[in-house]
Design a protein around this ligand. Structure first.
Ligand code: ATP
Ligand code: MG
Length: 492
């Protein structure tokens, strides 16, 4: 018997001439938690999709318990005990938890689905992880975090011995993340092997036994978590040391550009503040505090009462189109809602969709469009074969960068950023911070919502904190600290 439950050996994957993976090997022991890291586009998701039967490798071999296997389809992987918890969860919202878990495998009694058996099997599985959901309740009423747990229960129902997570904590609150850690540790106790893709160092040190790092489709290093420092891992990821995560501040604030007075709707209550020209205003608070809702109201996505003055003139954006025309741009937190058209090219998404709406394009020629597009591809270091590449083919983090590029191409006066670096690797994060700082230096006003305290403290000139829809306080950057923000985030 092999020591390893899984060995992926010399795996390569070529997409139309591009090596997404080049001779990558990976091995995994029973009950081991392996963290797979690397920059955006390094090949992490591709490698795991190959293991889960979603993609087929161009070359290479896979062994389970020392025996070579062929994984051509997702069902092959499931039969071999491999389950993947995708970031974009594939669940049927109008079916119950139990039905989702046992879909296609219902026990029947006299020709009818045996609901009772389904229910008791689901309960039993949930008990193993100490999860207490009602098996008959509809999936639709559960949060992303809870749906992830349902997926894990589903994996257990298939008697998975290897469970893969692709960036599971990206959309979770601190508390939900802790729950997931607990469950991963429980899986390890049960000798289930886990592969965890994550950009967050916290995840690696909280649950990881071993780290493997990919760079440009190749393995750049590997080792025990206990023997690697954050700097070691970062160096393996980006091939250089990142000495400075946050740029020196060069932006200067000018006069007041926007005044928000008594903004109010079902989610936010009586919010008033000012934003200066060239200012980076951070907004902190816990998930659900109304930060996203505030940005949405300003941009024109949600109706609200109150008053907004831009350059002294009263305005109110009733639709995003009005927002866009008045010089606002919004980068939302959820990629799927970001209005990226996956079946179109980077160029079409970045330049055409925005500028056409603004009817600037009439005065532009194709060469100019290309220049703008290439400019942002370079500035944001988007890993692609060129502006004509279809957005669907980009890695998750690179899609995020296209959204940012698209917003910047509209040259807004007020840039609204909601968790701008979620799913983005450490190197690219530093680049994005630099760009934010440069834009502010050029006079753009920026409001940035972030759950990452270091990010908020590192880039903001001033921080507003929200709690349950209210503005609970304001901190100058001198008085701001993690504790001060937290204190305001939990009460008002
Ligand atoms: N269908 C496809 N056609 C062409 N290229 C593709 C396709 N799918 C992925 N790629 C390319 O393969 C490379 C690896 O992508 P992958 O999604 O594995 O990256 P990743 O490491 O998961 O990145 P991220 O951290 O951003 O999620 C990228 O350069 C991507 O553009
Ligand atoms: Mg990925």
């Amino acid at each position: 018997m092999s020591d390893y439950i899984l060995e992926m050996s010399h795996i390569s994957k070529v997409y139309g001439g591009i090596h997404a993976l080049n001779d990558v090997s990976l091995s995994l022991k029973k009950g081991e938690v392996l963290c797979l890291c690397g920059e955006n586009g390094a090949g992490k998701s591709t490698l795991m999709k190959i293991l889960a039967g979603v993609e087929t490798p161009t070359s290479g071999e896979i062994f389970i318990d020392g025996k070579q296997v062929h994984i051509a389809k997702p069902i092959d992987a499931i039969h071999l005990g491999i389950s993947m918890v995708h970031q974009e969860l594939v669940q049927i919202e109008d079916m119950s938890i139990a039905e989702n878990i046992f879909i296609g495998r219902y026990e029947t009694k006299n020709g009818f689905i045996d609901e009772k058996a389904l229910r008791s099997r689901t309960l039993k599985l949930m008990e193993r992880l100490n999860i207490k959901f009602e098996p008959d309740s509809l999936v639709r009423q559960y949060s992303v975090a809870h749906r992830q747990l349902i997926e894990i229960v589903k994996a257990l129902s298939h008697e998975a011995s290897i469970i893969i997570f692709d960036e599971p904590t990206a959309a979770l609150t601190l508390e939900e993340t802790e729950t997931l850690y607990k469950i991963i540790r429980q899986l390890r106790e049960e000798k289930i092997a886990v592969i965890l893709i994550s950009h967050r160092m916290e995840d690696i040190y909280a649950v990881g036994d071993r780290v493997q790092v990919l760079r440009d489709g190749e393995v750049s290093g590997e080792g025990e978590v206990s023997e690697l420092s954050v700097d070691d891992i970062v160096r393996l990821m980006v091939g250089r040391q990142i000495t400075q995560q946050f740029p020196e501040k060069t932006n200067r604030q000018g006069e007041v550009l926007m005044t928000v007075n008594h903004l109010d709707n079902d989610n936010i209550y009586n919010i008033s503040f000012e934003l200066r020209k060239g200012e980076i205003l951070g907004i902190g608070g816990l998930v659900g505090a109304g930060r996203t809702e505030l940005l949405r109201a300003i941009y024109g996505l949600d109706h609200c009462n109150g008053e907004i003055k831009l350059e002294g003139k009263k305005i109110m954006n009733r639709t995003p189109m009005e927002g866009l025309k008045r010089g606002f741009a919004f980068v939302p937190e959820d990629r799927k809602d970001q209005g990226l058209i996956l079946e179109q090219s980077i160029l079409q998404n970045m330049v055409l969709s925005v500028l056409k709406k603004l009817s600037v394009l009439n005065f532009m020629n194709a060469r100019k469009e290309n220049t703008i597009c290439n400019d942002y591809i370079q500035k944001l270091k988007i890993r692609c074969s060129g502006g004509n590449m279809m957005v669907r083919m980009l890695s998750g983090g690179n899609q995020q960068k296209v959204v940012l590029g698209k917003c910047l191409a509209s040259e807004p006066k007020v840039l609204l950023l909601d968790e701008p670096t979620r799913g983005v690797d450490v190197g690219a994060k530093a680049e994005i911070y630099k760009i934010i700082n440069e834009l502010a230096s050029e006079g753009m006003s920026i409001i940035v919502v972030s759950s990452e305290m270091t990010e908020l403290l590192g880039i903001s000139d001033r921080i507003l904190v929200m709690h349950e829809g209210h503005l609970s306080g304001e901190l100058s950057i001198e008085e701001a600290s993690e504790e001060a923000i937290m204190k305001l985030a939990i009460s008002h």
